[in-house]
Ligand binder design. Sequence first.
Ligand code: ATP
Ligand code: MG
Ligand code: MG
Ligand code: MG
Length: 485
Amino acid sequence: MKASEIRSTFLKFFESKGHQIVASSPVVPGDDPTLLFTNAGMNQFKDVFLGFDKRPYSRATTSQKCIRAGGKHNDLDNVGYTARHHTFFEMLGNFSFGDYFKKDAIAYAWELLTVHFKLPADKLWATVYAEDDEAYDIWKNDIGLPAERIVRIGDNKGGRYMSDNFWMMGDTGPCGPCSEIFYDHGPDVAGGPPGSPEQDGDRYIEIWNNVFMQFNRTEDGVMHRLPKPSVDTGMGLERLAAVLQHVHSNYEIDLFQYLLAGAKNAVDYAAGVTDGSAGCDKDSPSLKVIADHIRACSFTVADGIIPGNEGRGYVLRRIARRAIRHGYKLGARKPFFHTLVVPLAAEMGEAYPELQRDMARITEVLKAEEERFFQTIHNGMEILDGALAALEKSGSKQIDGETAFKLHDTYGFPVDLTGDVCRERGVTVDEAGFNAAMNRQREQARAHAKFKMAAGLEYTGAATAFHGYEHLVCEHSQVTAIYID
Ligand code: ATP
Ligand code: MG
Ligand code: MG
Ligand code: MG
């Protein structure tokens, strides 16, 4: 079953169960400052869950464009290296706004997977939030899933409700316990069952999350009960396609084949391999990164973002440069990335017409960024070459941290690129020295911010900056949620 058929089968199934098919919202959320990019299907319904907005329907279904490359759900560093993470992906979802709850949500999911998509029931596992006896009993008694394949997951991230089975949109907003469905790709793939210490492999893949929305978490960590218990689910289209197409990795599904081939051609061409002789390896993680990132970059530009130095523009710049950097690693010495907008539009333009409509503009924006970054790489390489020549004369085999830092900080030359170039020449980078320089710069920035506060300069600006910093820390440290009825 092709990805496009999977998408329509999902939507039609829920339409037959009384759900309104609603179009995907943009990847750039309209008026939600708490969110960098749309990270889940429920984002466009946030105010409906909170009771601030009403729709003419109480059940909806969508295929939502999502980006997870910053903020609470950030998968950027995983991409290219796991079989299941993308920066851009499509999330299939069904939603109940105070209509049905756990029992129906689980029954619908099971019917769709086992009857319509015909997945073998014995390869499916379910997880529930540890204290959620109701969901556990539904799986065990109504569905008949054997107890050994129902796993209770407790608070495992340091703090009350900090669990893989307690879903939060961000640090604030709608949230609730959830029940996830996993598919076992079989013993040939490394990884343990959900909840086990070996889970972090690609054997047991989480395909579908059913969230039982019950609370709104406010900035003070307090959980307020929502006006009506609701349901929000999300299933990665690419992960389901991998299962249904009997392949293990998302990158092996139909949707990615044309794009990966396009990425290989473009990189080979930009590397000067034009005679059909083997260029870059078609299975390289770098090619996957490029094929993945052209989706995130194109959809982001289509929704009005351009590369820049802050906020969403900065995230876009990071994603684009990460892709270009991987192309460089494969030998590309001139712009190639922007040429992939054409195969992308050919592959996904039918489902997402904005790609066809904006093809020329997206290409131009990405090309300009790519030319800028190749210039940066070129300038950095001159400096690095000079430093390496001096090093050779001195007989040392290690480039000092200060030089690596200066390349990164002053010239925008990525430190992992410095590492790669040095490795190729049999030289190491003084990592401790680099980190020390980096920390020194962070301290200076912090001291500068404090000075501004103490002096009462630009009071509003300083307060906002500090608030942002607090938020950042909060994302990574223990957050103790307080439950209020
Ligand atoms: P994982 O644990 O694999 O990172 P998650 O628990 O962060 O996934 P959810 O927030 O529960 O994911 O999102 C719902 C569904 O969306 C997941 O079950 C999965 O199918 C899909 N999904 C999540 N993140 C990604 C991603 N980066 N790329 C592709 N699909 C994803
Ligand atoms: Mg995740
Ligand atoms: Mg998960
Ligand atoms: Mg999940």
